[in-house]
Design a protein around this ligand. Structure first.
Ligand code: HEC
Ligand code: HEC
Ligand code: HEC
Ligand code: HEC
Length: 500
């Protein structure tokens, strides 16, 4: 029987087909809506078991209500993944690139600098790093409490209790006994409704200074802004605009590019430190992941940090947001392939190609900058004047700022490869100009150029050259950890009882 015959004999079949497709379209619509509402689905899937008070810093407590998100957060403990340039293990960057010891001569980073790893370790790692030193009591030491700001949700109750500025002003060891939980739930969520929320004052203030109320950001913007609370360039502002103080501040008032931020610092004549070899007034770039992400194609197409670093995953029919924040290359399937059809191999190699090209230029800049610092040191020793050195020191500052901005964000060459090479290109040019001027000055003071370079090929040799006594620093730190940490933990445990 043909279809026409069938329809003549049984006209209701036509209607059935029509209604059938209508229902199918409706169901597809429902499916689409349910995909959009994965968040609420995940939320409705289990009613809260415990009441969580505002600012409760205990991730495990939140975990009682949201076990999937909590368990995936716990996976940031893993330490077994390595990509070509990054990974979640402990990697001593100074050993890998001893040039950095010279570039940061006279600054904390030349003592100790590891690759970032999972959020789970944030508190442990700041306690351990040689950069925070070994204060003998709670009111000693060189670092302020500001350092804790992007390590733990415990800073939120401290800020509330002490006032934000007072919190920042304390010595780093003073807040030690009150901070134990690594980066967690209350850093990004309001416990009442689980909405994404910006908790760090510095980000709110940076937007407010540009007349923007960050709370009015769209949901998709917030999926990046929660990360921008910490993964940004910042400095510690003080009463003397030229020197670091303690108030955590994002230098974005003139824009967020490397050039705009430099303008901001130049206008204040600010420097983070004076280089111990070249005497240049230096800027240290922190980790401008957010600023650099904004320059890349993904941000321009509206792809957020969470889209790649916190993909949706399914478990027993329930979809939820993975809180295993890590290199997306460890999870290309759930992260990149939601949008891209290419194979894992192709996507991974796209990232590696970009990273390799950026690294090629980055290493050349490092070698050029090492030479400028050493040559400038010799020029000073041979009696060069302030006037002769001034333009050279400015070029060194400008070159290294661009190098650091590109190098300090470990995702930069993946997030914005073109902007990374652009900055490094300028850095290379400025280091070259500095060396031309240095050749002149050195010649004038009777030194043949190029000079014989010292052997700076290992971390130990580079440290000896800038006068760092590593065994001594390590010994003091071990002593600190043995003698002070148990007291901190004991005090925290007492405080913890007051939370319920
Ligand atoms: C760095 C910021 C950040 C931290 C820290 C964080 N979350 Fe989230 N969380 C997010 C983002 C982003 C989403 C996706 C929200 C969206 O798009 O609506 C999310 C979603 C959620 C949701 C909604 C359901 C889902 O899975 O999509 C729950 C529940 C949740 N998080 C619980 C937690 C818990 C529990 C912790 C602590 C262990 C935590 N979060 C820590 C950023 C964070
Ligand atoms: C409260 C501050 C804070 C927030 C908020 C935050 N981070 Fe982090 N993040 C850190 C710190 C600190 C580290 C380094 C921890 C360590 O090495 O001990 C880190 C490490 C990382 C790493 C390296 C992990 C690895 O395995 O190598 C990634 C990736 C990352 N963060 C992405 C994000 C993303 C994406 C967001 C937003 C969804 C975010 N972070 C929100 C502070 C923060
Ligand atoms: C939410 C969707 C989404 C996710 C997730 C995503 N991408 Fe993309 N990607 C895009 C869009 C959109 C573009 C721009 C393409 C265009 O407009 O032609 C793009 C572009 C690219 C390009 C071309 C870049 C260029 O410079 O032209 C590469 C390579 C790429 N993505 C790799 C990745 C990798 C690797 C991941 C995972 C780590 C990833 N993407 C995750 C949406 C996404
Ligand atoms: C298109 C996907 C994509 C987006 C969007 C994205 N990232 Fe990444 N991110 C990557 C890739 C790919 C890497 C390189 C990982 C590697 O080399 O193993 C990376 C690396 C990183 C790293 C260094 C990780 C490590 O292991 O040391 C951090 C930190 C980071 N991203 C944070 C962010 C933040 C913060 C945002 C938003 C402001 C963001 N990312 C947006 C794909 C993305």
């Amino acid at each position: 029987m043909s279809l026409n015959n069938l329809l003549e004999k049984k006209p209701w079949i036509g209607w059935a087909v029509f209604l059938g497709s209508l229902t199918a379209v409706f169901l597809l619509g429902l499916l689409a809506a349910s995909i959009m509402e994965r968040r609420s689905e995940a939320l409705i899937a289990f009613a809260p078991k415990v009441q969580i008070k505002s600012l409760d810093p205990r991730n495990s407590k939140w975990g009682e209500n949201y076990p999937r998100e909590y368990n995936s957060f716990l996976l940031t403990q893993e330490g077994n993944f390595k990509s070509k340039y990054n990974g979640n293990g402990v990697v001593d960057m100074l050993e890998q690139a001893p040039a950095m010891v010279i570039l940061w001569g006279g600054y904390g980073f030349s003592k100790d600098y590891n690759q970032p790893r999972g959020h789970f370790y944030a508190v442990e790692d700041i306690r351990k790093t040689l950069r925070t030193g070994a204060p003998k009591s709670e009111n000693e030491g060189s670092q302020p409490n500001t350092c804790w700001t992007c390590k733990s949700p415990d800073v939120l109750h401290l800020m509330k209790q002490m006032g934000i500025e007072n919190f920042y002003q304390g010595k780093w060891a003073s807040a030690g006994p009150s901070i134990k939980n690594p980066i967690g739930c209350s850093d990004c969520h309001d416990p009442k409704n689980l909405n994404l929320t910006i908790t760090r004052p510095a980000l709110v203030e940076a937007f407010a200074r540009q007349g923007v109320d960050i709370n009015k950001a769209t949901h998709q913007e917030k999926r990046s802004l929660v990360c921008a609370q910490c993964h940004v360039e910042y400095y510690f502002k003080g009463s003397d605009p030229k020197k670091p103080g303690t108030n955590l501040t994002f230098p974005w008032d003139q824009g967020t590019t490397v050039d705009n931020i430099e303008k901001y610092y130049d206008a204040l004549e600010f420097s983070d430190w004076t280089h111990s070899l070249s005497k240049a007034p230096m800027l240290k770039a922190q980790h401008p992941d957010y600023e650099m992400w904004k320059m890349g194609i993904h941000a321009k197409r509206g792809v957020s940090c969470a889209d790649c670093h916190m993909p949706y995953v399914a478990e027993g029919g329930i979809k939820y947001t993975s809180h295993h924040i890590q290199s997306p290359l460890n999870n290309i399937n759930q992260s990149c392939q939601v949008c891209h059809r290419e194979s894992e191999e192709v996507l991974k190699n796209n990232v590696y190609d970009n990273q390799t090209k950026v690294t090629e230029i980055r290493e050349r800049v490092e070698q050029a900058l090492v030479r400028t610092h050493v040559e400038a040191k010799i020029a000073w020793e041979k009696g060069a004047s302030e006037e002769e050195m001034q333009p050279i020191l400015k070029l060194i500052r400008q070159s290294q700022w661009r190098w650091d901005f590109a190098a300090a964000g470990h995702g930069n060459s993946a997030h914005a490869p073109l902007e990374s090479v652009r900055m490094l290109g300028h850095a290379l040019e400025k280091a070259g100009e500095a060396r031309l001027l240095l050749a002149n000055v050195l010649n004038k003071h009777g030194v043949a150029w190029p000079i014989d370079m010292p052997d700076l090929s290992t971390k130990e040799k580079a440290m000896a050259y800038v006068g760092i006594d590593l065994p001594k620093l390590k010994g003091e730190k071990e002593e600190f950890i043995k003698s002070i940490l148990p007291t901190w933990d004991q005090k925290y445990n007492e405080f913890e009882k007051s939370l319920d």
